[in-house]
Design a protein around this ligand. Structure first.
Ligand code: FAD
Length: 390
């Protein structure tokens, strides 16, 4: 590479790729972001915007999320767009005594890591959220949970990157990656070829297809999530919410059948309610299904009966980039020099995008990072347990 500035190509114009491009460009790196369609045309434009701490597994997952949350207030000021970040707290709605017991343990483990979260009985929950069904059993509450507009966040990162001289190419699918002596040397797009010293795979649910271009198998699978949007209405919920069943389904795919997907709800600044969501393995299909929409409506109306007065105005579906252990895959890949991973954020990519961009950029530029990337390496899936962090 000599003394010239290395050229870094980021593949994927979702929230993860744009965050990495922005963090790199801010540090004067030479970066090109390549997106097959439009910015935010993947999962980052087909999702909720929950920046939820309570849905994270106590341990490295929650620590990563808490570090990410800390960065949102600066982002609000730094990005050249209003990202509609609101920290109004979040609630996990509990519907049965068994869920209450399970959530007691979950909350205790989260408190031990330093999360500000508490359990509430039904009376206190209904005092805070008077439109909820009187049949609920209680809730957990954290004032830290927040929401953001995921499309504006992605566009804000991209605009910020461009202002810092990053090159952004849309409508340019990457078709191949050139390598020489086990090191990446360039990318091939529908608009031509480009030399690259480093390539970052931030292609979300399609990151496995990019990895295959350099002979790497990724355990990332698309996990469809359907969402329902209602007409705008006056304030019906005062914080974002998920159900205890949502947490169970997130971490145990076998629970995500008709009975166990849980629900999520948030009300946007415009007053629309975003109701979610399903968790389904249906390949790369992003169609809505009647049964999926029915499940969402029946679960959310059981918790918020006033919803039955509203019209549904839109439905859509996105693909979460699922990994077997629920953690993203970040950092270099042992078998290919210059090839870096930043994918597999499942249902957390919006919340984790600020810290992901920072950590990946710091690692690529050889700077000290706030959290070590070792627990997120691809090799954790291939190295026998006990040797993984050796
Ligand atoms: C229903 C649903 C609800 C969700 N709710 C939340 C939530 O409340 N909070 C949260 O934090 N997360 C949530 N998520 C998860 C979040 O949407 C994802 O984790 C996040 O968007 C992943 O971002 P990404 O940049 O990795 O992927 P994407 O946004 O999918 O971006 C990848 C990009 O790569 C591009 N690409 C693919 N192949 C190529 C190629 N060959 N060449 C060039 N470009 C390519 C794609 O076009 C795409 O734009 C939800 C997801 C769904 C589906």
């Amino acid at each position: 590479m000599g003394s010239r500035v290395p050229h870094i190509v980021v593949i994927g114009g979702g929230v993860i790729g744009t965050s990495i491009a922005w963090h790199l460009a801010k540090k004067a790196a030479r970066v090109t972001l390549i997106e097959s369609n439009d910015l935010a045309s993947g999962s980052s434009g087909a999702c909720d915007g929950l920046v939820f701490m309570q849905s994270k597994k106590p341990g490295i997952h929650l620590r990563l999320a808490m570090e990410s949350l800390k960065r949102f207030s600066d982002l609000k000021k730094e990005l050249p767009m209003d990202i509609e970040f609101r920290q109004a707290g979040g609630r996990v709605v509990i519907q049965t005594p068994a869920e209450y017991q399970a959530m007691e343990q979950f909350v205790q483990a989260q408190q031990e890591i330093g999360l500000d979260v508490c359990l509430m009985d039904a009376k206190d929950t209904l005092a805070a959220e008077p439109f909820l069904s009187p049949d609920i059993y209680g809730s957990t509450w954290s004032p830290l949970d927040a929401q953001v507009n995921p499309i504006k966040l992605t566009l804000g990162f991209a605009l910020g990157a461009r202002k810092n001289h990053a090159c952004i190419m849309t409508r340019s699918p990457v078709l191949g990656i050139h390598t020489k002596n086990n090191r990446v040397t360039g990318v091939v797009t529908t608009k031509g070829e480009m030399a690259a010293d480093m390539v970052v795979n931030a292609a979300g649910a399609r990151s496995g297809l990019i990895a295959q271009m350099v002979g790497i198998d990724l355990p990332v699978r698309p996990r469809r999530g359907q969402l329902v949007v209602t007409q705008a209405t006056s304030r019906m919920i005062f914080s974002c919410m998920i159900s205890a069943g949502y947490i169970a389904a997130k971490f145990d795919p076998s629970l995500a059948d008709d009975a166990g997907e849980g629900m999520s709800m948030e009300q946007t600044d415009n007053g629309n309610l975003l109701l979610g969501s399903t968790r389904e393995f249906e390949g790369f299909c992003t169609q809505n299904t009647l049964s999926g929409i029915r499940r969402i409506i029946s679960r959310t109306t059981a918790i918020l009966p006033a919803l039955t007065r509203l019209q549904v105005i839109r439905t859509f579906a996105g693909l979460r980039p699922f990994t077997p252990d629920g953690l993203p895959i970040l950092g270099p890949v042992a078998s290919m020099d210059g090839f870096f991973m930043a994918a597999g954020h499942e249902g957390d990519g919006i919340a984790l995008s600020p810290i992901t961009g920072e950590l990946v950029a710091d690692m690529i530029l050889g700077q000290k990072s706030a959290i070590p990337l070792t627990p997120f390496s691809l090799e954790r899936f291939t190295t026998p347990k006990g040797q993984a962090h050796g």
